[in-house]
Ligand binder design. Structure first.
Ligand code: SAM
Ligand code: SF4
Length: 342
């Protein structure tokens, strides 16, 4: 019987040059989207030709390479992951890895527009938690920020997800002159619906029509405003991610805050991102990357991918450089969030 030759790095836990354990993969399955959120995309985005995008089978093989190196959680993202044709095939494949104990969790981040028809299938495929992005409860506001008239569909999608048994966390980008005064109402709504909600500071990712500085809202200010209405207590809840969590009064909902600009969160970073073309980015806010596609399509793909992941670990930077300086956002990167995978 042939014994497969294992490279020395195979099965070793991915650890970066600063000793951080990497056990979380955010996998972008498409750069396309049915919305055009103003802080994320320009209206006239040029999307990748379909021939550049990895097949679902290749995305699954890539996932296996990460799992072999100690990744325990995979989040599908994009662009909008649920507009990728046959995406449920990949979700099922990853769900079966959870069932086999090879993964702890498969999750996804979605804008919610496809949830009315897909929520039950996602649950059946093995998903138990999802993040839904929602910046306002006003139909006009939703149309203004996403350039599409889909608030009703998204709200219907959130109800469908709850009914299917999925735990839902809302992601809200905090924006001056947009949802600044509405955020306490959004938190109240999340509490009433039994949902968690995480606020995010706008990051300078890719060119968009509006100047990012004009909508930048530090969460320090938002927290002060929220404390006028709610009792927020720091929570011990940890996900290994960038959010700091608070309990909201005596409700079951948790409030998260992701503060890349006012409070860098990189010390405990446990993640890498892979684009739908197979590029691994070690940091959302830096350009260092490696193309995994050649390794994925090579003869000895398991060894080649494992070796490429080791190279990537050596290139993972200490952190991003996003900051406000004299009223200007610095540390910008050219890639939109929808290209790297949110
Ligand atoms: N389409 C899905 C969605 O909207 O949830 C997944 C991809 S989206 C790029 C992931 C997350 O990134 C969303 O919560 C979105 O609000 C956030 N996002 C996009 N651009 C951002 C930016 N420049 N700064 C902060 N968050 C951003
Ligand atoms: Fe699409 Fe998500 Fe970007 Fe909005 S944030 S444009 S839903 S990818």
């Amino acid at each position: 019987m042939d014994v497969p030759v294992k490279s020395s790095s195979e099965n070793k836990q991915l650890t970066d040059q600063f000793g951080r354990t990497i056990n979380y993969l955010r996998l972008s399955v498409t750069d396309r989207c049915d919305l055009r959120c103003r802080y994320c995309m320009a209206e006239d985005m040029t999307f990748l030709p379909k021939s550049d995008v990895l097949t679902l089978e290749e995305l699954c093989e890539l996932s296996s390479a990460f799992i072999a190196r100690g990744v325990r959680r995979i989040r599908l993202t994009g662009g909008e992951p649920l507009v990728r044709k046959n995406i449920l095939w990949l979700v099922r494949a990853l769900g079966s890895k959870v069932e086999q104990g090879l993964l702890d969790e498969v999750t996804l981040t979605t804008n919610g527009t496809q949830l009315p028809t897909m929520a039950e299938d996602l649950y059946r495929a093995g998903v138990r938690r999802i993040n839904v992005s929602l910046d306002t409860l006003s139909a006009e506001g939703f149309k203004a920020i996403s350039r599409r008239d889909k608030l009703e569909t998204v709200l219907e999608g959130i109800q469908a997800a709850k009914a299917a048994g999925l735990r839902v966390k809302i992601n809200t980008v905090a924006m001056r002159n947009f949802n600044e005064t509405e955020i306490p109402d959004l938190v109240e709504w999340a509490v009433q619906e039994g949902l968690d909600l995480t606020l995010i500071e706008t990051m300078p990712l890719g060119e968009v029509q509006d100047a990012r500085e004009s909508s930048y809202l530090p969460l320090t200010a938002v927290k002060n405003a929220l404390e006028q209405r709610f009792t927020l207590e720091p929570s011990t809840h940890k996900t290994g991610g960038p959010a700091r969590y608070f309990s909201v009064g005596d409700s079951k909902s948790r409030l998260g805050m992701i503060t890349p600009l006012t409070n860098n969160f990189c010390d405990g970073c446990n993640r890498v991102r892979v684009t739908c073309t197979g590029r691994i980015y070690m940091c959302l806010g830096q350009d260092d990357h490696i193309d995994l596609r050649a390794a994925l399509r090579s003869q000895g793909k398991e060894e080649e991918l494992s070796a490429a992941l080791d190279t990537a670990m050596g290139l993972k930077p200490k952190g991003h450089d996003f900051a406000m300086s004299n009223g200007q956002m610095v540390g910008k990167v050219d890639r939109h969030m929808s290209q790297t995978g949110g």
